[in-house]
Write a protein that binds this ligand. Structure first.
Ligand code: SDX
Length: 426
């Protein structure tokens, strides 16, 4: 605890404790606010509300710092494999060799879906958005693994992380009318996914190392980001004692929105539109600055980062490297860099501390890897799964966790009589 704050209202005075986190963040503990004062704290988008104490990820938005369990994202991105990052985020420490071997073997041997689940894909239209498929398939996994016993949490975590890449790859194959490709047990997590995405039964497929490395980086950079919209959804839904699969299904839906994970798809569509229109960067930015246009610079801005998103910096550097290695020359990358340059010299963006976020460059890299635009947010799901799981597990590990149930300020009609007009069978 770090002292107290005093609240005075209506001639009364109350005192509330101030919590202090391990990085010096402070928060007023309002747990007894309504009971003591009859007042609620009003903050519609929760921009000033700490919903929990968490030891998983630390972000300093002013300084552009991001750490997973205390490890700086720059070091994790450069030195780790995605499987180990999953373990670290979920269980709190880097695994021993034996723990990692067991974890990785679980992610390998639980990759298959029940054969009956393949039938689900037949019902979707070819142009079904894969995020809709992901959300419904994850909820459907709970019909095959209905036991919500906490003793099975670790097994269900393995199932989720192992089967997620299969569902995603099958959704892609369904959309292009190609046969599903089954996982191979001798491949890494990213390698298995790439093979299920791009192999065809009629010819051998060798996982290109450059794609495997690029995917490993992208998955790690998306793995967690503390109490963002979809992770908060994961905690909210999980707080009702909903099972892991249902909670993930809800988080997938939250991530889908263009203000959140759906932005990576929108960034490419925005760049494509600018290119097709022949509009200059400044002309496009003028539209963005015109409030009535409703046009946003997608991939820019962030509720927490008021400095560079460290992930955007890493992805921008990676894009150049991956493009060189792939021998790809996509004009959209140069356009994105020009857009960033113009925006960061423009008072509108500078005054509002709007910088590129994780979605600004990720889509350009996915595109260079041959991943279709509609799959970009699915890629975000695959990366963010360990983070969602880690937060769900952290919340559920507290024996006293309670259902999340915010209050409101009612602004509707005061009491009025519902006049008896006889049964209106209109
Ligand atoms: C992710 O929370 C997380 O950690 C999310 C994430 C994660 O890893 O989980 O980091 C992933 O979701 C990244 C964000 C991806 N979304 C986008 O790129 C969509 C474009 N960005 C905006 O929609 C917006 O910046 C948000 C949603 C990201 C943040 O919205 P806020 O915090 O509510 O900010 P705001 O809307 O209050 O903006 C403040 C001002 C406003 O202008 P004024 O009212 O002061 O005149 O900045 C303007 C906004 O209009 N603004 C933008 C803008 N973002 C904010 N103007 C133009 N283009 C933008 N992108």
């Amino acid at each position: 605890m770090s002292g107290t704050v005093k609240l005075t209202y209506g001639g009364n005075e109350w005192e509330f404790p101030v919590l202090e986190g391990s990085e010096g963040e402070k928060g007023i503990d309002f747990g007894a606010l309504r009971k003591k004062t009859g007042l609620v704290a009003h903050d519609p988008a929760y921009g000033n509300v700490g919903s929990c104490e968490s030891a998983i990820t630390f972000i300093d938005g002013e300084k552009g710092i991001l750490r997973y369990r205390g490890y700086p994202i720059e070091q994790v991105a450069e030195r780790a494999r995605f499987t180990e990052v999953c373990y670290l985020l979920i269980y709190g420490e880097r695994p021993t060799d034996d723990q990692l071997k067991k974890f990785r073997s679980g992610l390998t041997y639980h990759t298959l879906l029940h054969e009956d689940m393949k039938k689900f894909f037949e019902g979707y239209p070819a142009n079904a958005h894969p995020m809709a498929i992901m959300a419904s398939m994850f909820a459907s996994l709970s019909t095959y693994y209905p036991d919500n016993d906490p003793a099975l949490n670790d097994l269900n975590i393995i199932r989720v992380l192992a089967k997620s890449k299969t569902i995603a790859a099958f959704a892609h194959k369904k959309s292009i009318g190609q046969p599903f490709i089954y996982p191979m047990n001798d491949l890494s997590w990213p390698g298995n996914f790439l093979r299920m995405m791009f192999a065809v039964p009629s010819e051998p497929y060798e996982v290109p190392e450059v794609l495997e490395e690029a995917l490993n980086l992208l998955l790690i950079l998306h793995a967690d980001h503390e109490q963002n919209c979809s992770t908060s959804t994961m905690r909210m839904v999980g707080s009702s004692e909903a099972n892991l699969y249902a909670s993930i299904s809800a988080a997938i839906c939250a991530l889908w929105g263009p203000r959140h994970g759906g932005a990576n798809q929108k960034v490419i569509e925005m760049l494509d539109q600018i290119k097709k229109s022949g509009m200059s960067m400044d002309a496009f930015l003028d539209k963005v600055k015109d409030r009535d246009s409703g046009v946003k610079l997608m991939g820019f801005g962030h509720r927490v980062y008021k400095n560079f998103d460290p992930r955007a910096k890493l992805l921008k550097a990676a894009a150049d490297r991956i493009f060189d290695q792939l021998g790809v020359n996509d004009p959209l990358l140069d356009m994105a860099k020009q857009l960033e340059e113009h925006a960061l010299q423009d008072e509108y963006f500078v005054s509002r501390k709007l910088y590129p976020n994780v979605d600004f460059y990720s889509g350009i890299i996915y595109r260079a890897m041959g991943i279709p635009t509609e799959m970009f947010t699915v890629m975000f799901v695959l990366g963010r799964l360990p983070g969602w799981i880690a937060h769900w597990r952290e919340m559920r590990a507290d024996p006293g966790y309670r259902i999340h149930r915010p209050r409101q300020i009612y602004t509707g009609e005061n009491e009025r009589e519902f006049v008896d007009m006889g049964r209106r069978e209109l």
